[in-house]
Design a protein around this ligand. Structure first.
Ligand code: FAD
Length: 291
């Protein structure tokens, strides 16, 4: 029964991730359209770096979120396929075990990543519309409201972290990293090494956190670890696409560059929290607990 309910929930979580991606895509398209139509100070606002920076971030986040969604759906389909084969008496025990582990990990990882991304994209799409974005006359107002529920229903973002963190600390992605290691790339060989370097940094940070053997600290930084894993996995998914399609390389390099800064920030944050608070992280709740 529990297995059945969990599988129903995971199915719904994947659907909500797809819903969030669609909302983000629509918000992005509305923002591009409006940025080209709206003129301020004698030019369309799309020409202001502050505006096209927001559009660039939207574009790359949507692109990598889509890769994560499709890969998650692939493992969910594999799990379904191997279950059917096993039902027919075929010996696919190892394949089914792997597909189940990957689907179980990637589903909350995708919901965590994509629904938060959709909120940020919809927020910035409203921002690009200025005051008009707040009014019901423009579709982004509705898109921003619709995005807001996606990281709440079918399990909040915090619950997705609870579901995904075990996969990060037990290195469920080990085989995927090995696939990356063995991937033959010519044009982007240096970039592959950079991504493998991120994997090492993640593993080191996970052992630093586990070494403390403190549940409060572990739970406090769990969302940072899950975010790092999500970023690196999307880099790994993007690499073969960018290797095969030259027109995708500029976007890939933009993402890799953004990833470096974000991963570096998150790892420094975890280390600094460990150094400053460690086990006493639990004391941080003192100001909020009403006696
Ligand atoms: C429009 C809409 C449609 C809905 N449709 C359905 C539906 O069809 N079927 C259905 O079953 N439900 C539905 N829901 C309910 C929805 O799934 C829940 O609102 C959602 O899962 C969050 O639960 P909650 O509201 O009880 O929040 P709570 O669980 O009370 O969470 C409150 C806060 O505490 C945090 N929190 C709670 N537990 C933990 C934890 N263990 N670790 C860390 N943080 C935690 C949460 O992240 C959140 O920030 C719907 C809700 C809405 C608004």
């Amino acid at each position: 029964m529990i297995k059945y309910v969990m599988s129903l929930m995971n199915g719904a979580r994947l659907a909500v991730s797809a819903q969030a991606l669609g909302i983000a895509q629509a918000a992005y398209e509305e923002a591009v359209k409006y940025a080209n139509e709206r003129e301020q100070f004698g030019q369309a606002i799309v020409h202001f770096p502050a505006v096209f920076q927001m559009l660039k971030k939207m574009q790359v986040e949507i692109e990598t979120a889509r890769m994560l969604l499709y890969r998650t759906a692939l493992y969910v389909d594999y799990e379904d396929m191997y279950e059917r084969k096993a039902g027919k008496g075929e010996n696919v025990k190892a394949e089914l075990k792997y597909a189940t582990a990957m689907a179980g990990f990637l589903t909350p990882l995708a919901k965590f990543t994509i629904t938060e991304m959709a909120n940020k994209v919809a927020y910035d799409a409203v921002q690009i519309h200025g005051g008009c974005g707040y009014m019901k006359d423009f579709p982004v107002e509705r898109l921003a409201r619709d995005a807001r529920i996606t990281n709440i229903y079918e399990g909040t973002t915090q619950l997705q972290v609870v579901a995904a963190i075990g996969g990060v600390t037990t290195n469920v992605l080990e085989k995927e990293w090995a696939t990356l290691q063995n991937l033959e790339v010519k044009e982007l060989a240096g970039e592959k090494e950079i991504i493998l370097g991120y994997v090492e940094q993640l593993q080191q940070t996970v052992s630093d956190v586990l070494e403390l053997k403190n549940k409060d600290f572990h739970d406090f930084v769990a969302n940072y670890l899950v975010e790092i894993a999500s970023i690196i996995y999307r880099c790994a998914l993007f690499l073969p696409v960018a290797e095969a399609h030259e027109e995708k390389r500029e976007l890939f390099h933009y993402y890799l560059n953004e990833s470096a800064t974000r991963i570096d920030y998150l790892i420094k944050e975890i280390r600094s929290l460990k150094d400053h608070y460690g086990e006493s992280i639990v004391d941080l709740k003192a100001d909020f607990v009403i006696k």
